[in-house]
Design a protein around this ligand. Structure first.
Ligand code: NAP
Length: 307
C-alpha cells in the first residue's frame, strides 16, 4: 500500500489519551493522525456514566462523552483513520504503523491503545461468550431485564457495573474471591444499598454451564463447590494492556506488560510515547488519561521543534 505522508505524530488509539493528544498536537501545529479500531472515546464509551470528570456536575453518558470528543476533533480537523493495528516499527527516525486498512509513517508514535478485559480462563467462558457471558454491562444489560445474574470481581469496574445492572436484573450475585473489595468506598456504599445484590465473599466461579445460553455456574465458596442457577455472568476480573502489536518490540514494559514512561510520557525508545491506561501508572481514570495525552503531545512538540 502506498505511503504518502510522514506525520509528526501517529497516535494509536482514540480514547481520552489519544484524542486529547490529537487536540493538543493539532493546536501546536503538529500534523497528527489518530488510528482507532472502533470509535472515538475508547473504553469509556462502553460505560453507562462518567461521574467524576470536571465540568459535568450531573455526570455524562459514556457514549455521549465519546461523541463530544469526536466533535471536538472534527472541529479541529484532526484526521482519524479507522483500522486495527497489525504491526509497528518503532526503532529509528521513521516510525511505521501498519493496520488492516493502510500503512502510515511518522516522526513519532504515541501508543494510547488502552486495556482489554482479562478472561477468567474457565470452562464455558469462551463457548458461551455473547450467550450469557459478557464483559460489558452497557452493551448487554438490557438482555437481562428481570433475570438473575452474577457479576465477578471486586474492583471499581465490578462495583460500578453492578450499580448499572441493578436497573435491569431482578437478582445479582456479586462474586468476589476475597472478603474485601478493592473498589472505591463510595462505590461500595452504593452497592451495599441495593436490595437485589447479594455479595458472595471468598467465592470463585469454576465453570459456566449452558447449552445454547448460560444456565448455571459451578462456584466454590469457602472451599465448598456448589451450583448456582443464573441467566448470565458479567466478568470484571481486571484488565491487561491492549498491545498485541508490540510482540517482539524492544519497548520497556513492567511485569504485567504496561509500558514504562517518564513524566513526559517518553518510553525507552526515542520518539515513542505512551499515554493513558496502557502505561504503568498509579490511577487509571479518564482524567489521568486526558492529562497524559496533553503531556505527550506537548513533549512531542518540544522534541520535534524546540531542541
Ligand atoms: P481491578 O481494579 O484490577 O480489579 C479487578 C478485580 O477482579 C479485583 O477485585 C480482583 O480481585 C478480581 N480478579 C482478578 N482476577 C480474578 C480472577 N481470576 N478471578 C476472580 N476475580 C479476579 O480492575 P477494574 O475494576 O477493571 O479496574 C481497572 C482500572 O480502572 C482500575 O485502576 C480502576 O480504578 C479503574 N476504574 C475506575 C472506575 C471509576 O473510578 N469509576 C471504574 C472502572 C475502572 P482481588 O481484589 O482479589 O485482586
Amino acid at each position: 500500500m502506498a505511503v504518502n505522508k510522514v506525520y509528526d505524530m501517529l497516535i494509536i488509539g482514540g480514547g481520552p489519551a489519544g484524542a486529547v493528544a490529537a487536540l493538543y498536537g493539532t493546536r501546536a501545529g503538529l500534523s497528527v493522525l489518530v488510528i482507532e479500531k472502533m470509535m472515538l472515546g475508547g473504553e469509556i464509551t462502553s460505560t453507562a456514566r462518567l461521574d467524576n470528570y470536571p465540568g459535568f456536575p450531573d455526570g455524562v453518558g459514556g457514549s455521549e462523552f465519546g461523541t463530544l470528543l469526536e466533535k471536538q476533533l472534527a472541529n479541529l480537523e484532526a484526521p482519524v483513520h479507522i483500522g486495527d493495528i497489525e504491526t509497528v516499527k518503532l526503532e529509528g527516525d521513521l516510525k511505521k504503523v501498519s493496520c488492516s486498512s493502510g500503512e502510515f509513517e511518522g516522526k513519532t508514535v504515541l501508543i494510547a491503545s488502552g486495556t482489554l478485559p482479562n478472561l477468567l480462563g474457565i470452562d464455558g467462558e469462551l463457548e458461551l461468550r455473547g450467550r450469557g457471558v459478557s464483559y460489558c454491562a452497557t452493551c448487554d444489560a438490557a438482555f437481562f431485564r428481570g433475570k438473575t445474574i452474577v457479576v465477578v470481581g471486586g474492583g471499581d469496574a465490578a462495583l460500578e457495573e453492578t450499580v448499572f445492572l441493578s436497573r435491569f436484573a431482578e437478582k445479582i450475585y456479586l462474586v468476589h474471591r476475597r472478603d474485601k473489595f478493592r473498589g472505591g468506598s463510595w462505590l461500595q456504599d452504593k452497592v451495599q444499598k441495593l436490595p437485589m445484590v447479594e455479595v458472595l465473599w471468598n467465592t470463585t466461579v469454576s465453570k459456566i454451564n449452558g447449552d445454547k445460553k448460560v444456565s448455571s455456574l459451578q462456584i466454590r465458596q469457602n472451599g465448598q463447590e456448589r451450583s448456582l442457577e443464573v441467566d448470565g455472568i458479567f466478568i470484571y476480573a481486571g484488565r491487561q494492556p491492549n498491545v498485541p502489536f508490540l510482540a517482539g518490540a524492544a519497548l520497556e514494559r513492567d511485569e504485567h506488560g504496561y509500558i514504562l514512561t517518564n513524566d513526559k510520557m517518553e518510553t525507552s525508545i526515542k520518539g515513542v510515547y505512551a499515554a493513558g491506561d496502557v502505561r504503568r501508572k498509579f490511577l487509571r481514570q479518564v482524567i489521568t488519561a486526558a492529562a497524559d495525552g496533553a503531556i505527550a503531545a506537548t513533549a512531542v512538540s518540544q522534541y520535534l521543534y524546540t531542541y
